[in-house]
Ligand binder design. Structure first.
Ligand code: 0GY
Length: 306
């Protein structure tokens, strides 16, 4: 057996005992952004990783799914596993049709390997531009990947910081597949929601018919998770941004937990509170149904009745 690496110093473990949400997710709700970490003993982390997480395997993910009242998961390959998709694929295969996967692949991937990932339930790849997570991949390599996955009907998940969008948006616009954007393009929530940064992001989404994940208030918040006056209304400074996305692109908005929450060192979210963030951004039953059920089903389970 290989030697197990210790967790990155300062890293917080995921929340073992999430509260029961006050908001009841509608039947069929999909968590479109979560990961599996290892377990390391079975699925070693990649040598090129920028962090070593605690374990967060498929059993724990499925337990959280059931506890929160989620029906399905989209499991996104985490950078700590590099381009070795085996932990993610194993989790997707084990979910009995209730999970899809987003992979990280290299440009030399073969058509046979892509078909195998597709058969397992993978429906897209993630291009990550967040410098603390990955060494930048050259755009030619990403263009090669994009060209290879397009015939499968897959999409590309983009993870970037809002400040990098001006440099990246022409490249993004050239990609041949549907685009799905992580965490609302990581806005600085101290800036006004009508300010230049988020307006530019919204224009980009509009121009490219992109899908947007209204995810990670715990990463974007400056004021923190505190409930207001004892009310379960967490991450209030992020609400206007999520709300704006739902108002403008409610038909292409997606939700997710981001469990097991990589790289958090100041606070670890209670996943129950993350569910209680939802009705503050999607305020009507119709908005909630689109965000949580209709949109993700259209993207990830288009053939499934709902
Ligand atoms: C997220 C966010 C982060 C990490 C990763 O794959 C990853 O390592 O996605 C982050 O550190 O912001 O979406 O999980």
């Amino acid at each position: 057996m290989h030697t197990l690496s210790p967790k990155t110093p300062g890293w917080l473990d995921w929340y073992r005992n999430p509260s029961t949400p006050a908001f009841r997710l509608p039947a069929g709700a999909v968590d479109t952004h979560c990961h599996v970490f290892g377990p390391q003993a079975a699925f070693p982390f990649a040598p090129e990783r920028k962090y070593t997480p605690c374990d967060g395997g498929k059993e724990e993910l499925f337990a959280l799914r059931d506890r929160l009242g989620v029906a399905r998961n989209v499991i996104v390959q985490a950078t700590c596993h590099g381009a070795d998709n085996s932990a993610m694929v194993d989790a997707v295969r084990s979910a009995g049709g209730r999970a899809r996967g987003i992979a990280t692949v290299r440009p030399d991937i073969t058509e046979a390997e892509l078909r195998e990932l597709d058969a397992a339930g993978v429906r897209g790849v993630r291009f990550n531009f967040v410098r603390r997570l990955v060494d930048a991949a050259p755009t030619e390599a990403l263009t090669t990947i994009a060209r290879k996955i397009a015939p499968l009907g897959w999409h590309i998940v983009l993870y970037f910081e809002a400040t990098d969008l001006p440099d990246l948006e022409d490249f993004f616009g050239s990609l041949p597949t549907a685009l799905v954007i992580d965490h609302m393009g990581r806005p600085d929530v101290r800036e006004p929601v009508n300010g230049p940064e988020f307006s530019r992001f919204l224009r980009f989404v509009d121009r490219n018919d992109a899908w947007v994940k209204v995810t990670c208030p715990e990463r974007l918040t400056v004021t923190g998770p505190a409930a207001l006056n004892g009310e379960r209304r967490p991450y209030t400074d992020v609400v206007p941004f999520g709300r704006r996305v739902i108002e403008e692109f409610g038909h292409r908005a997606l939700w997710g937990t981001d469990w097991p929450h990589p790289n958090l060192t100041d606070h670890m979210p209670d996943d129950g509170l993350l569910v209680d963030h939802v009705p503050h951004v999607a305020v009507t039953e119709e908005e909630q149904r689109r965000l949580l059920v209709d949109n993700p089903m259209r993207l990830y389970w288009p053939d499934e009745p709902r």
